[in-house]
Design a protein around this ligand. Structure first.
Ligand code: FES
Length: 321
């Protein structure tokens, strides 16, 4: 995917679904139908701030995968983020036009799975909303285990309990309720798949626990939406096309390129898919690798960098671009 493959959409409806969480319904700006997607897909939403600031944030599609009349996303307002979620909450209203990418699925349902165990933490519930609709439509066996800080902060709790009843288990840390994941995983039939989405620490814990109780790695699935970490400003030199671009403290390399009208490939923008891997030709500052894609050896070699989340500690970075 590159920045050029964008679709204009209009915000048709906004609903507050929990403390600091809003649901947005997006319809095609020209009145057409939107393509069907597979459950687990996300889109990249492009936002243009009044001061020329550009944000491109990935959001899971939460509506019914076969509903072409509109897409729905859900956004947690994060005051400590770089501004995209605050822009969605504070400056986007019914009628606002946005641009979105085509849906991309990096978190698909394993069709051959005998049973599906969905583990969500906080806003990590979002990909599961579409997945549960698809699993229920296929009459597949599944359970949702959803960890929230408090019932007021857990988006869609009531709706999920209404729609899926005993398949939904909610754990509120305010009430001291713990997610008994080891027991849950130990009770599942062979051929089950686990899917986890939420804070990084929760994902790491669930994957590690899955491996430790003997689940095959290919049956453990996760999705991370990592915002690009901030850092020091630095400069990138483009070895093939020439030119130098400054990367600001709040910007990723990918965002700096896009701000200068340079299309670079991406899919997840979260350091997971590998699409933006780029060869490093020279660097006079240390590389800060923030992705989950390169191996430790590749990171140590300093020969590659993921443009969406990784950066230099300062100085100049020469890239094969
Ligand atoms: S866009 Fe997926 S790793 Fe950078």
């Amino acid at each position: 995917m590159t920045a050029s493959a964008l679709r204009r959409v209009r915000v048709a409806e906004i609903e507050r679904v929990a403390e600091e969480v809003k649901r947005f319904r997006l319809v095609d700006a020209t009145g057409g139908a939107l393509p069907a997607f597979s459950a687990g897909s996300h889109v990249i939403v492009t936002m243009h701030g009044a001061d020329g600031h550009l944000w491109k944030n990935p959001y899971s599609l939460i509506s019914a995968p076969d509903d072409g009349s509109g897409y729905e996303i859900s956004v947690l307002r994060t005051a400590t983020s770089r501004g995209g979620s605050m822009f969605m909450h504070d400056h986007v209203h019914p009628g606002t036009e946005l641009q979105i990418s085509e849906p991309v699925n990096l978190f698909p349902i394993a069709r051959q799975g005998r049973k599906h165990i969905l583990i969500a933490g906080g806003i990590g519930i979002t990909p599961f909303l579409a997945m549960m609709q698809e699993l229920a439509a296929r009459d597949a066996d599944f359970e949702l285990h959803y960890k929230v800080r408090g019932l007021a902060r857990g988006a869609f709790c009531e709706r999920l309990l209404d729609e899926y009843g005993s398949r939904v288990h909610i754990y509120s840390s305010d009430l001291g309720q713990k997610l008994p994941l080891e027991r849950i995983l130990s009770e599942q039939p062979l051929g089950s798949h686990m899917y986890v989405c939420g804070p990084a620490a929760m994902i790491n814990w669930a994957l590690q626990l899955g491996r430790s109780v003997g689940w095959p790695p290919e049956n453990l699935h996760s999705e991370r939406f990592t915002a690009p970490p901030t850092g020091h400003a630095f400069t990138i030199k483009l070895a093939r096309s020439g030119g130098e671009i400054a990367v600001g403290p709040q910007q990723s390399i990918l965002e700096a390129l896009e701000q200068h009208g340079i299309d670079a490939p991406f899919l997840c923008r979260g350091g997971a898919c590998g699409q933006c891997e780029t060869r490093v030709i020279a660097s006079d500052g240390a590389l800060q690798h923030n992705d989950h894609y390169l191996t430790d050896e590749e990171k140590t070699s300093g020969e590659k960098i993921m443009l969406c989340v990784s950066r230099a500690a300062g100085g100049c970075l020469t890239l094969d671009l």
